[in-house]
Design a protein around this ligand. Structure first.
Ligand code: PHE
Length: 346
């Protein structure tokens, strides 16, 4: 009989000791199951109550109840203690004075940056900024620019046709005639925007950006074109950059030229660190735009008298300018919108 009281006493002490030692909620739960569980130590003692004489039973029952309450209270107290020590450990595991991680606030895309830069450069030279539709008519995209129907020069600028006479514009040159029709000369304007071509490989994307520029006045010469473009190149790429004109062909300019600048990688030498420059492939020159004197037939489309008015026009691809200016090696980076790339321009 006294054994049972003795056992209850031992059980409580033993349990108290084990509770003192637990360091995790899993351990704590194991101890609870071992002592207070349905098959635990306390239940085992209670199962022995019938062995007692009837007069002893109420006292034993009371003692068992007290033991149970004691264990339950000890267990609850330990839960609180464990919670507190875990949150203290958490709080001391980091430095509350450490600066937070600032969210990236976004930044302008490199294409937008060069577009703004070039627009600002030409605005400073007195050029207006004009914009036009990306879905263009065959007339403004080709015919008004002296590309007759079926002319082979159209093959270089194949695009998606929306209808028989509407298409995604292949260049910003339609803005020449559109702008001239709405203004009386003299006119000087630039036209930035998206253009589309049936082209897709490592160095071409089906959509890209161009800036068109043109100037119409009396007695405009190729020297004016050269002066304006040299000022532009010096502004965007630095005054050490050399400029060269090469004869070329466009239906809407006569004569026409392509403009090269000295290579931004090797400064026109054709070699970097003893080996052939891979940016200019050893030539020392990089092509950046097409240009020329506006063809009399374009003035006729614009209802300007070709005997009176003269002018020049040029057009350049912004992706190419951005790649050369920022040293971007792969055209696709401009379209993937990987924030690790984009945030370098913030
Ligand atoms: N539109 C031409 C192109 O996309 C570039 C250009 C513009 C050439 C103006 C001459 C004058 O290739």
């Amino acid at each position: 009989m006294s054994d049972l009281f003795h056992d209850l006493h031992n059980l409580v002490e033993e349990c108290r000791e084990r509770l003192d030692q637990v360091s995790s909620f899993e351990d704590l739960e194991d101890v609870r199951v071992a002592y207070l569980g349905r098959k635990g130590a306390l239940a085992a003692v209670l199962a022995r109550l019938p062995e007692l004489s009837p007069e002893m039973r109420p006292e034993a029952g009371k003692a068992a109840n007290t033991a149970k309450n004691t264990l339950t209270t000890l267990h609850a107290k330990r839960i609180e203690e464990l919670k507190r020590s875990q949150s203290n450990a958490f709080l001391s595991s980091f430095d509350p004075a450490m600066p937070g991680r600032a969210p990236h606030s976004g930044s302008l895309h490199p294409i937008t940056l060069v577009m703004n830069d070039i627009c600002t450069a030409f605005a400073g030279l007195g050029f207006d900024i004009v914009i036009g539709p990306e879905i263009e008519t065959d007339y403004y995209n080709f015919e008004a620019l002296n590309f007759p129907p079926e002319h082979p020069a159209r093959d270089m600028q194949d695009t998606l046709y929306i209808g028989t006479d509407t298409l995604l514009r292949t260049h910003t040159s339609p803005l020449q005639v559109r702008t001239m029709l709405s203004k009386t000369p003299p006119v000087a304007a630039i036209a930035p925007g998206k253009v589309y071509r049936r082209d897709s490989d490592l160095t071409h994307t089906p959509m890209f950006h161009q800036i068109e520029g043109f100037l119409v006045d009396k007695n405009v010469s190729m020297a004016d074109l050269r002066g304006v473009l040299t000022a532009f190149v010096h502004r965007v790429f630095g005054t050490d950059t050399m400029v060269r004109f090469r004869p070329s062909f466009f239906p809407f300019t006569e004569p026409s030229a392509e403009v090269d600048i000295s290579c931004t990688m090797c400064a026109g030498k054709g070699v970097t660190a003893g080996s052939t420059c891979r940016v200019c492939k050893g030539t020392g020159w990089l092509e950046i735009l097409g240009c020329g004197m506006i063809d009399p037939n374009v003035f006729t489309s614009a209802e300007y008298d070709p005997e009176v008015w003269t002018g020049f026009a040029f057009g350049m691809g912004l992706e190419r300018i951005a790649m050369l200016k920022y040293g971007i090696g792969d055209l696709r980076m401009l379209f993937e919108n990987d924030t690790r790339f984009l945030r370098q321009f913030a």
